[in-house]
Design a protein. Structure first.
Length: 290
């Protein structure tokens, strides 16, 4: 049987330590803060990031350099026959497209998965890849299965502030000003590749209600058959506000009694664009071997 290495990036929420435990290589996402490069989880902690964000320091996201990506693959291919690379969604970053272009020089030994996931749903794809690997699937078969089920996930996010959407040009300064005065909280969604608006409500309490209703409707409707088969996972994420997230987790648990809920800090690449204090609830289908 061929030896296959699994690679992802830190947008999955998988830390370097967890990656070692799982046997997965995790590419750290680079950030530029005041023109200095930092690597998520290596030279930049979550706490340091939010401190710099709070101080309005100039922060921009980037992607791992081709040299870093190829260097990791080259090292792995000394020991493994093939590599399955699971980057963040191509709709949210160019890093997936870059990896696909680089993989063309590897004669099929590197399979890049474009399965439109981010954060906790991307993490589930990595766990799915490990299940498929254990079941003896080839790298190409793992890629095919993950891409086949790429749309079987859903994320809803609410924000504490409109400041960063304004900064990134996603809403106008006028809309941000009105929203702030009226205490409007947007609920955003990721259904596949893009981050889109879902609803606009007054106050965070109402936003949480909207998210809970939306995820419950997905769970019982769109994903009902997978829930029946025990193939759905429930997940949560947050940006720097762990205590608030733990309280919200209790609310989510009340709506889904008995469900196992995995919660992680939201990846810094997303946090950079939405700011501190966001809450997210998500669900994704997990791969099962029949």
């Amino acid at each position: 049987m061929e030896k296959i290495a699994i690679v992802t990036d830190s947008n999955s929420g998988i830390t370097q330590e967890e990656g070692r435990r799982l046997g997965v290589s995790v590419l750290p996402m680079p950030f530029y803060i005041n023109d200095v490069m930092y690597l998520e989880g290596i030279t930049l902690t979550q706490e340091e990031f939010y401190e710099k964000l709070k101080n309005d320091e100039a922060i921009s996201t980037s992607q791992p350099s081709p040299a870093e990506v190829c260097g990791l693959w080259d090292n792995l291919l000394k020991e493994y026959d093939e590599v399955v690379h699971i980057p963040m969604s191509s709709g949210l970053s160019a890093s997936c497209e870059t990896a696909m272009a680089l993989a063309r020089d590897y004669d099929g030994r590197v399979q890049v998965v474009d399965n439109q996931r981010i954060s906790v749903t991307q993490r589930q794809s990595v766990l799915d890849a490990l299940v498929l690997l254990e079941a003896g699937r080839t790298a190409a078969e793992i890629k095919e299965k993950l891409e086949e089920e790429k749309m079987e996930s859903s994320i809803y996010i609410t924000l504490e502030t409109l400041k960063y959407l304004k900064k990134g040009g996603r809403i106008t300064p006028a809309a941000a000003a009105i929203g702030t005065v009226l205490n409007l909280k947007p609920v955003l969604q990721i259904q596949g590749e893009k981050l889109d608006a879902y609803a606009k409500v007054r106050g965070k309490k109402q936003a949480k209600k909207v998210m809970l209703k939306a995820i419950r409707e997905d769970w019982e409707g769109r994903f009902g058959k997978y829930v029946e088969a025990g193939e759905m996972c429930l997940q949560m994420a947050y940006t720097g506000n762990k205590e608030e997230a733990e309280e919200f987790k209790e609310e989510v648990q009340a709506v889904f009694p008995g469900a196992d809920i995995h919660m992680d800090p939201l990846s810094l690449s997303v946090a950079c664009h939405i700011g501190h204090g966001a809450l997210a609830v998500a669900c994704s289908k997990k791969v099962t071997i029949k």
